[in-house]
Design a protein around this ligand. Structure first.
Ligand code: KE4
Length: 428
């Protein structure tokens, strides 16, 4: 009995599934989740003292590497002055200004405490601003667990193969239209069917919750055009891609400007910070200015904001993103080379500090293509790597993450281990 399994057994007695977020439970890959005791840079250590090269990165926030000394120091300095006041602070202005300076589409920013809160609030705001009820999302995209979005979602819901959650009454999702990601014709048809009824489109501009799936040429531009034509609010859910896919998110990479953007993960640097924001004329409808209510006791609390602000500042280091993407490329291309040498059907893709691994030939551009991946082969790869001290995301339908602490040598170490693991996959 390892310490991990002891803790997991104990956890399951008082925590549903032993975890506080389903995807952590290893249910899709089997085995015992690793209970992390500490983390530093590119590494995490579990309850048995085993070290892993970490490619989960807290599902995106740990872009600098774990426990960056300057982030930890900022948190400590903020904490001694009090944890939360329920009153405005200068730091909240600073992070709103820092976000708006990096994402010009976000003329106004409201802080919340999670990605779910940010998307839930953005949807309500789009409905309040337009006076319309219908929303469009895409199958396999995950926007957190607000009721109207838990329809054919991605991430842990796709992982478990139950993409629409129980407990959500049909009335709550009757206005949610679910279309295929990258199918612009389907979006045009929805507008033809419901002219002037669609409040918003919410999209992961690069999908990271059905594994990594990039938009086809013209897809985002087409969404922009249709939303402008129909007075529909275009929401880029950049909770995962914001400051992760690049220094200005996907909107910076593509030049496609959404009306609203949702953020979290990186902007908290590991602490609970989310945000939504965009055009000032839309944000003017949010309380206390307008009739769309939204609130949060711990929104913008100084300790979390200190972590986020310091993280954003450190991301401005010259060359940070060039190095980050070079490491992602080294990993993705290196894995492809080694898998092919072992005769394993495998492909990999990357953008900025995020990557996708697919046990199929060819990089997927749709959920259907992702779903062709050999999940059983992924499970064996996942555990083979885990046993050798490399921790990937415990799901075939999640993106992976590198950080500024993942050096060329650490990626090479990962690739050397992968070469051995791929060799075992062929024989099994
Ligand atoms: P949170 O409520 O978990 O902070 O954010 C929800 C969310 C919203 N939008 C996007 C694009 C997201 O990726 C997420 C959360 N991502 C998952 C990982 N795929 C979080 C991991 C988990 O659920 O434990």
């Amino acid at each position: 009995m390892t310490r991990n399994s002891e803790l997991f057994d104990r956890a399951c007695k008082t925590i549903p599934g032993g975890v506080n977020s389903p995807v952590r439970a290893f249910r899709s890959v089997g085995g015992t989740p690793r209970f992390i005791q500490r983390a530093q840079g590119a590494y995490v250590w579990d309850a048995d003292g085993t070290r892993y090269i970490d490619y989960v990165g807290s599902w995106g926030p740990a872009i600098l590497g774990h426990a960056h000394p300057e982030v930890v120091e900022a948190v400590q300095k903020a904490a001694v002055n009090g944890l939360s006041f329920g009153a405005p602070t200068e730091a909240e202005i600073e992070i709103a200004e820092a976000i708006a300076a990096r994402l010009p589409s976000m003329e106004q920013v409201r802080l919340v405490s999670s990605g779910t809160e940010s998307t839930m609030s953005a949807i309500r705001l789009a409905r309040g601003y337009t006076g319309r009820s219908r929303i469009i999302k895409f199958e396999g995209c995950y926007h957190g667990h607000a009721d109207s979005l838990l329809v054919k979602a991605g991430s842990g819901m796709l992982t478990f193969g139950n993409p629409t959650s129980s407990g959500v009454p049909a009335e709550f999702i009757q206005h949610t239209l679910v279309l295929d990601f990258n199918d612009l014709d389907a979006v045009a048809a929805a507008f033809a069917k419901y002219p002037d009824e669609i409040a918003c489109i919410i999209v992961e501009p690069i999908a990271g919750n059905m594994n990594l799936v990039k938009p086809r040429e013209g897809f985002l531009e087409g969404l922009r055009e249709l939303c402008t034509k129909h007075g529909t609010v275009l929401i880029f859910d950049e909770v995962m891609t914001g400051f992760r896919a690049g220094p200005r998110g996907v909107q910076g990479l593509t030049g496609v400007q959404p009306d609203l953007t949702t953020l979290a993960k990186v902007i908290g640097g590991g602490m609970p910070v989310g945000a939504f924001g965009g055009r000032a004329d839309i944000m003017a409808h949010i309380a206390p200015l307008g009739g769309v209510y939204q609130a949060g006791t711990l929104s913008g609390n100084p300790v979390a904001v200190a972590a986020g602000l310091t993280t954003l500042r450190l991301l401005d280091e010259p060359g940070f993103y060039d190095n980050l993407e070079a490491r992602s490329a080294q990993l993705a291309k290196g894995l492809e080379q080694r898998a092919r040498a072992a005769g394993i059907p495998f492909s990999a893709d990357f953008v900025g500090g995020m990557f996708g691994l697919y046990f199929r030939d060819g990089i997927p551009t749709t959920l259907a293509e992702v779903s062709e991946s050999d999940v059983e082969m992924f499970k064996r790869f996942f555990h083979g790597m885990l046993d050798q001290g490399v921790h990937f995301a415990p799901s075939a339908f999640e993106a992976g993450f590198v950080s500024g602490a993942h050096t060329e040598a650490i990626i090479t170490e990962t690739l050397d281990i992968a070469e051995k693991v791929f060799a075992t996959l062929k024989t099994a």
